[in-house]
Design a protein around this ligand. Structure first.
Ligand code: ACO
Length: 703
């Protein structure tokens, strides 16, 4: 991506306001006024076909009449004129169009939007929007928007898909005391999307943390790649969980994927920190923009009140970071700074008697202790203490500790004095909150940031013992026969080409052949109908298990054909599969879909009621490494069963993780062919005994 062009658009040295107006109450009036009011020092060129002067500035009837260069054009004219405006801007050499106007794809005019983007690209211009509020940048004193003011200065950057929300957040930065350097409204994302902005903001010297409000991504893979490569934290509030594709899906995986789980998975895989709601987005942004990541799980809480300590403990658990007791040496030292009835475990309760000195000494000692990975300091305003003095003692202790690579958050619960003390702490770069659970949740966000980096440190490495050619040959043959539903035998052949362990299965087209294959494979056996027209074989009476001898093979061969013919007379029957009967193990399910935003994605869950009723499944965007595969196993609620619950031997999770990783490679490599697939069931045995795909299914894409 050309960061220079985006730089021109988002940190412009000169701006044309196309549709600048003298009429108060018009957006074209407000945008121009905002540029002056907030002190923008670059060149500003109002463009208006009728007025020679706008708000005291010389106006031009077209950008082509402007004598100087123009970096960005803010476009505030009705949509129908914008293709022409884009053409003129292109000729002028403008770098980017910031299109505030609505009336494009959001109202069904995708054609108009595309025409503007096509023209822009012809001239190497980028397009932000349309249907946006504009851009705001404190470091450039640039308010090229109709938001009321520049936000409270700070180190975060907000990118919002909702213009209204951006405006609302803009003014509330002052009451919430969360500082932003930039706010960018992204609207319809006709061209510039979240992925582009991750790359640009990661390189921007004034941004420490990216804070996103996302309704839907356009190029999910680009976003994931950019987010993974970013060095700065990204915190996102994702709304509008989509049910796209769910209704049309032919498989379990498809219907389960419709619940937004793929979005959740994709954001997690990309290392994006999630915000639960708008407040949480602000709170987490504050900590992430001011403090370093938390490198381990050991959070220590210091407090002068038992109640806030308990609230904080609950919050830590909810945020997935349960508190651990501090080690003996830490407890022994901390006990020196509290009365007999205090507690040095964790939370460390200094009691209501705690004053400036105790706070100072315990903060200083704990922050420097190697066991402590992050510190949450809580304070309830008492008549025996002055909040500002407590705040200063905390800051002094942190400075004296000499530690810079660890995070701290603070909560003061109290009145005006506490408010003022927190304001002071924020000015010192220490995130301060008015509730203990918020301070702890913010610290957990800093832990999530570090964890995301850890996960991404072990990327997927493709297996090289795979035979893509063989897999494609099976698919080509099925296509030649006009089939989109591969039979079990064909599906297993594709799986096998990717090194997936499949139960031996052969096709018999006569009773004699069935017996011969049965003798070769050995008893007991399973026999199943093979037909591209029968997806649910058991329902059609097309499956028999536990066949023990040749006589049963002969009889079953006929019974199966008869049942299936009765069930679906027109079905194309290829024959009967003779399959080794794998010993029973723990039943799990793998499935894949092609997500419209993220491409090939996979699901994992335990079989039976776990997937059918409890919907206890986890998703990932493919591919996944075996390490990420292992994480999938523990992600599901029933994961403990695989780990060996209630005296059962642990299952072979390493073999299963390997299967997940190979399967993910398969669905990515065959993305152009495979629409959906599943392995159901896969039987998993005790540790060291492996796992086997008993049944497999692949549905090809329509071509
Ligand atoms: N070049 C330059 N100026 C032009 C051109 C042109 N090609 N064509 C028209 N103009 C001038 C007009 O003469 C007018 O100037 P004037 O005020 O001196 O008469 C000015 O540009 C604006 O044109 P109007 O036709 O008066 O259009 P209006 O201002 O009523 O509306 C607007 C334009 C604001 C772009 C409107 O079409 C629109 O899209 N509104 C919605 C914007 C919006 O809400 N966007 C973000 C959504 S996010 C959220 O929901 C918060």
């Amino acid at each position: 991506m050309n960061l220079e062009v985006l730089n021109g658009m988002l940190r412009p040295k000169s701006i044309a306001v196309i549709g600048a107006s003298n009429k108060e109450g018009k957006i074209g009036y407000t945008v121009l006024k905002n540029l002056f009011a907030d002190g923008y020092s670059g060149e500003v060129y109002p463009i208006n076909p009728k007025d020679k002067e706008v708000q005291g500035l010389k106006a031009y009837s077209s950008v082509l009449d402007v004598p100087g260069e123009i970096d960005a054009a803010v476009v505030i004219v009705p949509a129908k004129f914008i293709p022409q405006v884009a053409e003129e801007c292109g000729k002028k050499g403008v770098k980017g169009l910031i299109i505030i106007a609505s009336g494009f794809s959001e109202v069904g005019r995708k054609d108009l939007e595309q025409a503007v983007v096509d023209t822009a690209h012809q001239y190497d211009m980028r397009v932000l929007g349309p249907n946006i509020v504009g851009i705001l940048s404190n470091s450039d004193n640039c308010n090229a928007s109709f938001a009321p003011c520049l936000p409270l200065p700070g180190k975060a950057a907000l990118v919002s898909q909702s213009g209204a929300l951006l405006i609302a957040m803009d003014t509330s930065t002052y009451t919430r005391r969360v500082g932003f350097d930039k706010m960018i409204s992204i609207g319809n994302m006709s061209d510039v999307n979240f992925g582009d902005l991750v790359e640009w903001l990661d390189a921007d010297e004034n941004t420490a943390c990216m804070s996103f409000y996302i309704e839907g991504l356009k190029d999910g893979r680009h976003f994931m790649r950019a987010a993974r490569e970013a060095h700065k934290p990204i915190v996102a509030l994702k709304s509008g969980v989509s049910a796209h594709g769910a209704a049309a899906a032919a498989s379990h995986t498809g219907s389960l994927a419709g619940s937004g789980k793929i979005y959740e998975a994709a954001l997690e895989q990309a290392g994006v920190i999630r915000a639960a709601d708008l407040n949480n987005l602000f709170d987490r942004t504050l900590a992430l923009s001011l403090q370093p990541p938390m490198q381990g799980d050991n959070m220590l809480i210091l407090t002068n009140g038992g109640g806030v300590g308990v609230l904080a403990t609950d919050a830590a658990e909810r945020a997935g970071l349960p508190l651990r007791f501090a080690p003996e040496d830490v407890q022994t030292e901390l006990k020196k700074h509290m009365p007999e009835f205090g507690s040095a475990r964790n939370p460390v309760d200094l009691t209501g008697m705690a004053g400036v000195e105790w706070y100072h000494d315990t903060v200083r000692y704990s922050f420097a202790h190697p066991w402590v990975d992050g510190l949450a300091v809580l304070y309830c305003e008492t008549a025996m203490t002055i909040p500002q003095e407590i705040a200063e003692s905390i800051k002094q202790a942190i400075d004296e500790s000499g530690v810079t690579g660890k995070p701290i958050t603070v909560s003061f619960v109290g009145g005006e004095q506490s408010e003022a003390a927190m304001q002071w702490l924020l000015e010192q770069g220490i995130p301060a909150y008015d509730a203990p659970d918020t301070a702890v949740n913010a610290l957990a966000a800093l832990r999530e940031f570090a964890q995301g980096r850890d996960t991404m440190a072990k990327p997927f490495v493709p297996f090289n013992d795979v035979d893509e050619e063989a897999a494609r040959a099976v698919i080509a043959e099925a296509r030649a026969d006009g089939c989109r539903n591969l039979t079990e035998i064909e599906s297993k052949a594709v799986f096998k080409a990717y090194g997936l362990p499949v139960a031996q299965t052969r096709l018999a087209t006569s009773e004699e052949e069935a017996v011969r294959l049965a003798e070769q494979i050995g008893y007991p056996l399973v026999m199943k109908i093979v037909s591209p027209d029968i997806l649910h074989k058991s329902d059609a009476g097309g499956v028999k298990v536990g066949i023990k001898n040749a006589a049963e093979v002969r009889e079953t061969y006929h019974t199966i054909l008869k049942s299936v013919r009765a069930y679906k007379p027109a079905a194309d029957l290829h024959g009967v599969a003779i399959q080794e009967m794998a010993p029973w193990g723990t039943e799990v399910i793998l499935g894949s879909v092609n997500d419209p935003t993220f491409g090939p994605a996979m699901m994992f869950g335990l079989g039976g009621i776990f997937v059918e009723i409890l919907k206890d499944v986890t998703f990932r965007v493919a591919p996944v490494s075996p390490e990420q595969g292992l994480k999938m196993l523990s992600d599901i609620k029933a994961g403990a069963i695989l780990a060996g619950a209630r005296g059962e031997a642990p299952r072979d999770r390493a073999a299963l993780a390997d299967i997940l990783s190979r399967y993910s490679q398969m669905i990515v490599a065959l993305e152009d062919e495979v629409a959906e697939s599943d392995a159901n069931p896969v039987l998993v045995y005790e540790e060291g005994q492996g796992a086997i795909v008993v049944d497999a299914r692949i549905i090809l894409k329509k071509k």
